[in-house]
Structures are given as structure tokens and as C-alpha cells.
Design a protein around this ligand. Structure first.
Ligand code: SAM
Length: 290
């Protein structure tokens, strides 16, 4: 491991390669060894783990992952950082750098190609803030064979991932995440440990993927449509928001009947429903519309 303080390592590498960080790419680099330690510990890696890192930057986290895992694949969008990363890991063939966009790369292919021999597969990343939610949704919805996902994200998004029904942070993203995984906030991270310093605090969050989704539904696509419609207009009653945003071709009386059949008061707000209630409502609607 490089034994320089990590903040000077970061500044030195950036100045040596003449790289000016881009806000538009969410480039806030971590400069605190203790926070890196927390991320690594949260990932529960073994010597047989495969790790996908999204946005390695100039490799501060990648170096630590490489010490712990059997194989590390790091996907970085910024072409300017690729030669820096390749040089840093030239003597570590178990670290593979891929120039690509984490939103578009074929994740299944990466897993097939690089993690055949891994006993467990993990995603570990200090995520670029501008694409946090789409990346998390993608990692979960593609049903990749992951053990866990450990990500540094804005505190505000972390609060949404771990929110309970009825709270102000509970959202359609919360429901999606809880459907596929158990979420917990592992550490609160102040903004001053990044270069440059972002405007908001961050949090390390771990998602442990479930073997089976949290609730059984016969039509998953409809389940997520119901959830999105329920949150589309948070100040409206469930009856009104479901009717306007998903079921407008049916009468309001019909939608009200379906809600009552699922034992849900039509006057409730979508944000008060737990996953089992969303699941029963989906089943009733599915039977009603088919
Ligand atoms: N891992 C480094 C660290 O912890 O210091 C850098 C983290 S920085 C918050 C986010 C990184 O993601 C940047 O290196 C940025 O260039 C990269 N990035 C931004 N958008 C990306 C995308 N769509 N796909 C892959 N990498 C991306």
C-alpha cells in the first residue's frame, strides 16, 4: 500500500497528471483513511471475493480493495483518469480498469468474464452523486448475483434508502430497495473529507441482497407501477393519485373498490403503505384489470 497520507497522494497525482476535477462528473475524491477503512469493513470481503467498483477516480479505494479481494474490476467514465489508473495498477493483474459508463456497461458480461471464480461478488463505490439513484436501481433491478452493495452516497439519499413507511424520506426508491435488499447506514461522513468539498454530507450505506424479494407478487412490473403511482402526488389520497397516475381508464368507484378489497383505506396517502400492503394491492388490481 502507498503509505503517504491520502490527501497528499490525491493532490500529488492530480497535479502530476495535470487533472482538474470536473464537478459535472461528481468528482469528489475521498481523502480520509478511516472512512476508507469503514467502507472496506462494511463490504465484508474475503480473499475469494470479486469486487466491482464504480468510479475509481485515481484509485484510493481501488488500492484498498485490491489488498482484500481476489479480483477488482473498476469502471471509470473519465478518459483522463484511465492512464493514471493503469499506471497505478500495472503490477496488479487482478485489478482490471474499464473505461465506460456505469449506467450503460453490460454488468452481466463483466460478472461472467471476470468473476467466474469469485465466491462472493460485491459492488463497492464512492458513487458520483449525479447518478446515484439510477446506478442503485440498475444494480438491484438487474438481479445481479451480488452479496452486497456498499456505497458512499449523499446523506439525503441514504436517509431515503433506510426510511420507514410514514416518514418524510419514505419514497418509491425506498420500496424498490427494500424489495430487493436490506439497507443500513454504516457511517455518516462529513463533507470535509473530500477533495473538493461537496455541499452536502454523505453516508456509507450497505445493501445486503435478499435471496428472495421481500414480498411475493405475481406481476413485478405492475407492482412497481403501483408504487410509482402511489408516490407520484404525495399530498393526494391514494385513491386520487392511483386514479390519476395509473388507473385513469377505470372509474374512481372501481379504484376505491380495489383499495377496500385490499383492506386499504382509500383516504390514506401512498407513503403510509408498507411493502405487504403494496403487494396485496397489486394482486387485487391485477385480478381486476385482467
Ligand atoms: N473512488 C474515488 C474516490 O473515492 O476518491 C472517486 C469517487 S468520485 C465521487 C466518482 C467517480 O466516478 C469519479 O472518478 C468520476 O469520474 C466517476 N464517474 C462519474 N460518472 C460515472 C459513470 N457514469 N460511470 C463510471 N464512472 C463515473
Amino acid at each position: 500500500m502507498n503509505d503517504k497520507p491520502i490527501s497528499s497522494r490525491t493532490r500529488e497525482l492530480l497535479s502530476r497528471y495535470g487533472i482538474v476535477l470536473k464537478k459535472s462528473l461528481g468528482q469528489n475524491f475521498l481523502t480520509d483513511m478511516h472512512v476508507l477503512d469503514k467502507i472496506i469493513r462494511a463490504a465484508e470481503l474475503t480473499g475469494n471475493s470479486g469486487v466491482l467498483e464504480i468510479g475509481p477516480g485515481i484509485g484510493a479505494l481501488t488500492e484498498r480493495l485490491a489488498e482484500q479481494a481476489k479480483k477488482v474490476v473498476a469502471v471509470e467514465l473519465d478518459q483522463r483518469l484511465i492512464p493514471v489508473l493503469e499506471q497505478l495498477f500495472i503490477a496488479k493483474p487482478h485489478v482490471k480498469i474499464i473505461h465506460g459508463d456505469a449506467i450503460r456497461v453490460d454488468l452481466n458480461e463483466i460478472i461472467r468474464e471476470h468473476f467466474q471464480e469469485a465466491e462472493t461478488i460485491h459492488v463497492v463505490a464512492n458513487l458520483p452523486y449525479y447518478v446515484t439513484s439510477p446506478i442503485i436501481v440498475r444494480l438491484l433491478a438487474e438481479r445481479l448475483p451480488l452479496k452486497n452493495i456498499v456505497v458512499m452516497i449523499q446523506k439525503e439519499v441514504a436517509d431515503r434508502l433506510t426510511a420507514l413507511p410514514g416518514s418524510k424520506n419514505y419514497s418509491s426508491l425506498t420500496v424498490l430497495v427494500h424489495y430487493f435488499a436490506k439497507a443500513e447506514e454504516v457511517a455518516h461522513v462529513p463533507s470535509h473529507v473530500f477533495v473538493p468539498r461537496p455541499k452536502v454530507d454523505s453516508a456509507v450505506t450497505r445493501l445486503r441482497l435478499r435471496d428472495q424479494p421481500a414480498v411475493r407478487v405475481s406481476d413485478e412490473a405492475l407492482f412497481f407501477k403501483v408504487v410509482r403511482a402511489a408516490f407520484a402526488q404525495r399530498r393526494k389520497t391514494l385513491l386520487n393519485t392511483l386514479h390519476s397516475n395509473l388507473l385513469s381508464s377505470y372509474s374512481k368507484a372501481k379504484v376505491e373498490h380495489w383499495l377496500r378489497e385490499a383492506a386499504i383505506d382509500p383516504k390514506r396517502r401512498g407513503e403510509t403503505l408498507g411493502l405487504p400492503e403494496f403487494a396485496s394491492l397489486t394482486e387485487v388490481i391485477r385480478a381486476g384489470i385482467s
